[in-house]
Structure formats: C-alpha cells, structure tokens
Write a protein that binds this ligand. Structure first.
Ligand code: HEM
Ligand SMILES: [Cu+2]
Length: 607
C-alpha cells in the first residue's frame, strides 16, 4: 500500500502475482488495500460493542443501563454493518473490476477523495452518537423519524454515502473502458458479479440520500412535519438495499474463493449469470419485508412486493446455493479429488482458513440466515418474528456468520497474495473460522429461540428479570440466555483471534514463498472460476496490462495443473451436491412448518 507493503512493480506499475499469475497494477492494489485495512479497523472498533451489547442483553451480567445501551447498540450497528462492510465492498469492487481485468485503477484521485469522505462521515457518525445531548437520542441503525438525533449524524451519513459513490466511480470507469476496448467480449464472471453489485449499490445509495436528506430537512425544520411512513419506505431502500450489496458481494466472494482455493469451476455460466440478473431486477423490492407490519402501506402493496417480486430474488439465491457446491464437486471430481458421495468435500483444504471461512459462510448463511429470511419475509409468519430478538438472530445469520465470515476469508486470502505475507499464528488461523462461526451460529440460534418461543423483544435492556411497570415475566427464557451469553463471549474471542492473526501477519512481515503458496492457494491452476483471465489487449488508453513477459521481477506463477475443460467438467456427476441440497430442502420445509405451527398456537387466544 503506497510502497508500505511491496515495491515489486515494473516500470509500467504492473506486477505479476506469484500465486495467481494475474497482472496487477499498483494503483489498484494500493487502493484495495487501503479500503480493506480501513474496513478491518471498523471491525475492531465495532467489535468492542459486540462485547458490551450482548453482555447487557444477558441480564445476569447486565453491563450497561438504558442510558448508555442505545449508544453502544448504535455504534455496534453502524461500525459493523455499515463501515466494516462498505469499506470491504469498495475493496471488492476494485479487486473484482480493474484487478481481475488487469487494468490500472482509473481516477485514483476519486478513490482517495471517496475514501476521505467515507472516513469523515464515519468519524462524524461515531462522534455525534458518542456525544449525544439534549433532546437527541441514539438513532440506532434506523434513525426513524420522528426520533430526534443530532443533525451532525444525518450529515455524517450523507457525507459517507457521497464518499462511497465517489469511491465506486473508478470501478465503473474501469468497466466502461474495458467494454470500449473489447466490445465483443463478455466480462469475466467475477467482474460481471461485481458490476451487478455496483448497480444495486447505486440504487441503494440514491434511496439513502433521499431518506437521510429528508430526515435532515425535517430535523433542521425545513420541513415542518416529518412523515414516519414516508421515511420508513425511503429508509428501507437503503436499509435493505445495503444488505443486498452485502449479499451479492458475498456470493461473488464465494464463487471466487471456492474456485481459487478449492478448485471449483462454474458449471453453467448462463445459469449463474442469470441468477445475478434476477437479483438486479427483483432484490430491491424485497425491501418491503421490513414494512410487513406497517399500517401505512396497503396490504396489496405488501403482498406484491414480498411475494411475487421477492421470490424472484429467492429463486436466484437457490440457484447459487446449488451452483456453488455443484461447481466445487464437479471441479474437484474432474481433477480426481472426488470419490464416494462426499469425498470431494472431505478431501478439501479444511485447514486453510480462507477456504474453511468460505464454506462455513455458505453453510451457515444458507441454513441459518437464508431459510429464516424467507420465512419471516412471509406476511403471516412475520407477525411472530417482528421486533423480537429472533429478527436479530436472522440477520446475524446473514451478515455475521455469512458475510463477515466470507469477508474474513477474503482478508486471509489477500493477506497472503496481495500483501505477500505468510499468515501469522497458523494454528490459530486454521481454527478461527470454526471457532467464530461455530459459536456465533449457536448465538444466532439462541436469539431466534428466545424471540420466537418467548417473544423476547429486540432493542431493550431489561425484560427477563422484570419488565419495568408490569407483572409480566419472561424469566422462562433465562436458560437460553445463559447459553447465548457464554457463546457470545466465545464468539467475541473468535473475532479477536481474527484480528490477532491479521495484525500479526502485517507486523511479522514474513514474505510468502510464491511457489509453495501457488500450490495451496491455487490448486485449480487458473485464477478465474469461468476459466482463465482475459488475454491482455490492445487498449486505446493504454491502461491495461501488456504481456507479462518482460520487466517483471517476480517469477511467473509456478504452472499449476492445467485448467480442466468444459467437457470433462460436465461429465462429472453431482450427487453429493444433490444430497446436500435435499437435506437443505428438508430443513427448510421443517422450519417453515414449525413456524406455521407456532403461529397457529397463537390463534387459540380468545377461542
Ligand atoms: C461477536 C459477534 C456479535 C455479537 C455477539 C452480536 C450481538 C448482538 C446483539 C445481542 C444484538 C441485539 C441487541 C438488541 O436488539 O437489543 C445485536 C444487534 C445488531 N448487530 Fe450484532 N453482534 C455481533 C456481531 C455483529 C456484526 C459482525 C454485525 C454486522 C456485520 C452486527 C450487526 C448488528 C446490527 C445491525 C444490530 C441491530 C442494531 C439495531 O437494532 O439498530 N453484529 N448484535
Ligand atoms: Cu431486508
């Protein structure tokens, strides 16, 4: 990063990656690293509140009282869900766009300016939330009008969003230049998926500017009466839209890492690309599922948006849920790493934390986050989930054991390839994804159980001991809360282990030996899941990589095994994947039915 971590670029600013063989330009690498490291800083800071928040909800400890709790909860949400994720996503756009395409980063000044604005916005949000006074209250993630909060908070959000837009521009320009230079060639799938992520991000940001602009106008009294219903509709275009960015970015990472680390291949590009396009059209309408219990929007509007339109996106997710394991199975079997029903899976590189983080992310996201999202996004069932801790359980199933875990895997990968370092504390690194994913998986389940079985609400400090002012008691939920609390502590240690490995790796500065690394990091031999990087091209602007031959100090990648061709790929049978998908389907159906059963039990009230 700006000469800090490596300086092996040739006169044109390119280097040949000793692991992937990709031609990488200094500008892309510098900025991707800058955004990635900033993301990790946000993870560390937000992680502090991942300790204080659950230790308050576990009322046996009861760490904070209600005056501080909402500040901590707000900072937990913004630093983790927004700053950790969005900084990572800009890095992913740079990796998925210009880096994969072998181009330099266009408009590097925009990248820096965008970063500066994003940091300024993030600091403003942290500062204003930390120093609230007067009528202002902690806005939580949603900052619902008419809850008053500091004006500087809304301004900070707007600055952050503008910064993210500016930071994304170089990515779009790189795609535009690529298409202009090679009009007839389709983008590699990773770049295509990154492009879809980018478009969804633009939609979300426009909604965000509208929502927070509206809130600021109301708070500064330009508009006399803020309309809560209007704000909620505007807010959820970004509130949910940003989760779609997380989702699509994560799936892009899944395709990429299962391929580079496990030798997966995309079995049908048409099918996988179509699934990304379905997201583009349908995913944002799913945002209406946050308004399922709102009286202000019509039933017809809710039903349309959360069923017909939304299931277009659900279908896309199910396609990826099949395509990714199928690609892993076919790719590994084609290279003779299969055997039996699940041999392709058991023989995978489970000790490599970048790989295990990816697979755990796929499994935990699917079983915990995905199924429950579809269930609670269903109009009737939503009533039993709405505003309970079960909702929080659902989205920790998506953004924590799903996205955060996948992004941790990507960081492990980039620390080795881009930063060129050997991972520090290799045993801790190998164990970390299991430790973090496993404990957090149980935390997620406990949050769902206390929410669904006892109706424990979200965003409250005290409910189990007593609900102040009532005789109502939720003390029956105490045992589950004990499991929740202990496992949350373990999950925090798991998160800390990630930080220790990442920082240790950067500080230790032990270079990775290219040849050995190529064998473990790129068993498939080619860096792109759809078969090889695009060949270098004649580019009118001259900012694409030339031939990797001369001038590169770095020896070219050790030739891995030759990429497998489509014919041998399609000859593989995928019964392991089919078995896994059927098991998934069974769990899905059972959970769905169980949720209807729980709902039907409520019906007896008054009967
Ligand atoms: C060790 C890891 C973590 C633990 C134990 C944890 C625990 C919790 C708990 C117990 C709550 C619910 C508080 C309540 O409603 O009263 C919460 C809220 C939340 N968490 Fe986490 N969390 C962790 C990591 C994360 C990460 C990595 C993200 C984002 C990527 C995240 C995003 C959120 C969000 C968005 C909320 C909701 C805030 C609101 O209601 O406005 N958490 N967390
Ligand atoms: Cu949503």
């Amino acid at each position: 990063m700006f000469g800090l971590f490596r300086d092996d670029y040739d006169d044109d600013g390119f280097r040949t990656c000793s692991v992937t063989g990709m031609r990488i330009h200094e500008t892309v690498e510098d900025h991707a690293q800058l955004f990635g490291l900033t993301a990790v800083v946000a993870l560390v800071w937000g992680g502090v509140f991942a300790f204080t928040v659950p230790m308050t909800r576990w009322e046996l400890i009861g760490l904070l009282d209600h005056t501080n709790y909402y500040q901590h909860l707000t900072l937990h949400a913004w630093n983790l869900l927004i700053f950790w994720m969005v900084f990572m996503e800009i890095a992913i756009l740079y990796v998925g766009g210009p880096m994969v395409l072998g181009r330099r980063l266009p408009l590097p000044r925009f990248a820096k300016a965008g970063w500066g604005l994003m940091v300024a916005g993030a600091v403003a949000i942290n500062y204003t939330v930390w120093t609230l006074s007067g009528v202002n209250e902690a806005p939580l993630l949603t900052a619902y009008v008419p809850l008053p909060t500091a004006e500087g908070f809304y301004a900070g959000v707007i600055v952050f969003l503008l910064g993210a837009t500016i930071a994304a521009l170089p990515f779009f320009v790189a795609i535009w230049k690529e298409k202009r230079a090679n009009p007839g060639r389709s983008l590699p799938m990773v770049a295509f998926a990154a492009f879809v992520t980018g478009i969804i991000a633009v939609e979300a940001i426009v909604g965000g500017l509208a929502a927070f602009g509206y809130a600021l106008a109301w708070r500064t009294e330009w508009i006399a009466n803020g309309d809560p219903a209007l704000y909620r509709v505007l807010y959820w275009t970004i509130g949910h839209g940003s989760q779609q960015i997380n989702l699509v970015a994560m799936i892009t990472v899944w395709y990429f890492l299962t391929h580079v680390l496990g030798g997966a291949r995309v079995v049908s590009e048409k099918v996988s690309r179509t699934a990304f396009i379905l997201y583009l059209f349908f995913i944002n309408m799913g945002a209406a599922h946050h308004l399922l219990s709102d009286p202000a929007v019509t039933t017809g509007w809710r039903v349309w948006n959360t069923s017909y339109a939304f299931y277009g996106a659900t279908f896309a997710s199910l396609v990826h849920a099949f395509a990714i394991p199928a690609g892993l199975e076919a790719g590994r079997r084609a290279r003779g790493e299969g055997g039996g029903l699940l041999g392709w899976l058991t023989s995978a590189p489970w000790k490599n934390p970048a790989f295990s983080a990816t697979i755990l992310s796929i499994v935990l996201f699917g079983f915990l986050g995905g199924t429950t999202g579809v269930i609670m996004g269903q109009m009737q069932l939503n009533m039993t989930w709405h505003n309970t801790l079960a909702t929080v359980g659902h989205f920790h199933g998506t953004v924590v054991v799903g996205t955060t875990l996948a992004f941790m895997g990507l960081v492990y990968f980039l620390l080795q390839t881009s930063f060129g370092r050997e991972l520090a504390f290799p045993r801790l690194a190998s164990a970390q994804p299991y430790f973090y994913g496993g404990s957090m998986g149980v935390v997620v389940l406990m949050m769902m159980y206390v929410g669904l079985l006892y109706g424990v609400p979200r965003r409250t400090v005290q409910v189990v001991r007593e609900i102040p002012g009532t005789d109502f008691s939720l003390s029956a939920a105490q045992p589950l809360f004990a499991i929740f609390g202990v496992l949350a502590l373990l999950a925090i240690l798991g998160g800390l282990s990630f930080v220790i490995v990442a920082l240790g790796t950067l500080l230790k500065r032990k270079p990775l030996s290219g040849g050995a690394a190529a064998a473990t990091l790129l068993p498939g031999g080619d860096p792109m899941p759809d078969g090889g990087t695009p060949p270098p091209t004649d580019d009118p602007d001259g900012d694409a990589a030339g031939s990797p031959a001369e001038g590169a100090d770095d020896p070219p990648a050790e030739p891995g095994p030759a990429p497998i061709d489509d014919e041998s790929l399609h000859a593989q049978d995928m019964r392991g994947t089919l078995a896994i998908c059927l098991a998934f389907m069974a769990v899905f159906v059972i959970t769905y039915v169980a949720n209807w059963y729980l709902l039907s039990r409520l019906w007896s009230i008054g009967a």
